[in-house]
Design a protein around this ligand. Structure first.
Ligand code: NAD
Length: 409
């Protein structure tokens, strides 16, 4: 399978062919400013020592301090983190916030650690990287398998080391630790605002059947938001498998079921067992809107031809390979790309950072009143740019972002 950084660079090659950018800007975007690997020793509960590998990639800070989440996963590696940091650089530029792109991670399956071990590991990441992160330098946030609680441990560790009390070193914190209202649902809500802005142009101005891969922060919130707007959630999946009901799933009950049982599979609705499907089948569901909200590289040359959705909205980062993009484009399937569709998360992270530095606390309404126009304007601008260059929305977003970075060099 193509590694995520090669996929990101294939996307960069593609935009360089479509738009006559100066070679220098493309060359700059081919490399991160720096990528750092650290080893993090943790004394486990049984007294043994384990060494974990951690990362921070600072990709580009032309527009402002590096910004991007920290991922905990057994398969996380430096290539994946580099790709995610590259996409963060473009994402911040697409939505016009004064932030650059970064990303971090640790190769670990956090589900097998005790809470004490997880806290030591998270504090250890900050101990090793406290020199390079900071409110005006590099501001991490949560990503897959990292939570508000982990962000609070990290902010506390940073304060202990540096004395900085603003909390602005890290976003995605719980509200009582300086987090922003709305951050928990921001990624899905931002995706919804982008969808609303584009739905007419995309022919989806109607009640849509929606399939969602991933039922975590991005996916489960998306299911709730689209359902409360009157759409029909026909399929969802998690890492184990999925469920499918053409008449619509009851999202609230499904969330409770997943909380109790740990999986979506086995869900019973109105006394009837809901049909189980595999993750592959979920992606091939006949629907109006498909929302990948789990991992990279799930739609590839192998399955792109089998996709039946009319529109794909990428809440996950990098779910579609460059080769698959071409197949989908030729099938007239529109992709609302990650660098636009999931940028609501970093937008509200930026709002949190801004509130921390100004010692302000915005209401939920204030946060979404700022997010909605930001997403709608960016979505329309991406659409227009793509149309003017006769290309897809991903390339439209890349052109817009690279132009903005280039203008600020
Ligand atoms: P999460 O850990 O909360 O949820 C991930 C979900 O994906 C879980 O339901 C898990 O069961 C499921 N999953 C894992 N492996 C899977 C597989 N092979 N097939 C199907 N489902 C699988 O993570 P999240 O924060 O929701 O992030 C999901 C995606 O959204 C990632 O690509 C992340 O980078 C992206 N994203 C998240 C945010 C955010 O604010 N949370 C912001 C921007 C982008």
């Amino acid at each position: 399978m193509q590694d995520p950084f090669s996929n990101a660079m294939a996307q960069l090659d593609k935009v360089a062919k479509i738009k006559n950018f100066d070679n220098d800007i493309i060359a700059r975007l081919r490399q991160p400013n720096r990528d750092i690997k650290v080893s993090i020793p943790v004394v486990m509960d049984d007294g043994t020592l384990k060494i974990y590998e951690g990362y921070r990639v600072e990709y580009n800070n032309v527009l402002g301090p590096y910004k991007g989440g920290i991922r905990y996963h057994a398969s996380t590696n430096i290539s994946e983190v580099k790709a995610l940091a590259f996409w963060m650089s473009l994402k911040c530029a697409v939505i016009g916030i004064p932030m650059g792109g970064g990303k971090g991670g640790i190769t670990v399956n956090p589900k097998v650690l005790s809470k004490t071990e997880l806290e030591k590991l998270s504090r250890g990441w900050v101990q090793k990287l406290s020199d390079i992160i900071g409110p005006r330098k590099d501001v991490p946030a949560p990503d897959v398998n990292t939570t508000g609680e982990i962000m609070a441990w990290m902010a506390d560790e940073y304060e202990k080391i540096t004395g900085d009390k603003t909390g602005a070193v890290i976003t995605g914190k719980p509200i009582e630790n300086g987090g922003s209202l709305g951050r928990d649902t921001a990624t899905a809500q931002g995706g919804f605002f982008a969808f609303e802005a584009l739905k007419e142009q995309l022919g989806l101005n109607k009640k849509c059947n929606v399939a969602i891969q991933g039922f975590g922060n991005a996916g489960a919130n998306a299911a709730e938001i689209w359902q409360s707007a009157g759409h029909n959630i026909v399929a969802v999946s998690d890492s184990k498998s999925g469920v499918y009901n053409p008449d619509g799933l009851d999202v609230e009950k499904l969330m409770q079921f997943k909380k109790d049982s740990g999986a979506v599979s086995g869900f019973i609705q109105n006394g009837v067992a809901v049909k189980s499907i595999s993750n592959e089948e979920l992606l091939e569901t006949d629907c109006d809107l498909l929302i990948p909200a789990a991992f990279e590289n799930v739609i590839t040359e192998e399955n792109a031809d089998k996709i039946k959705a009319r529109v794909i909205l990428e809440l996950a980062n990098g779910p579609i390979t460059s080769a698959a993009d071409l197949i989908l484009f030729n099938k007239n399937i529109v992709v609302i790309p990650d660098v636009l569709a999931n940028s609501g998360g970093v937008a509200v992270s930026y709002f949190e950072w801004d509130q921390n530095l100004k010692n302000e606390h915005w209401t939920h309404d204030e946060v979404f009143e700022k997010l909605q126009p930001m997403m709608a304007e960016s979505a329309n601008k991406v659409f227009e740019t793509a149309k003017n260059s006769n290309t897809d929305l991903r390339m439209g977003a890349f052109i817009l972002a690279i132009e903005r970075i280039e203008q600020n060099l």
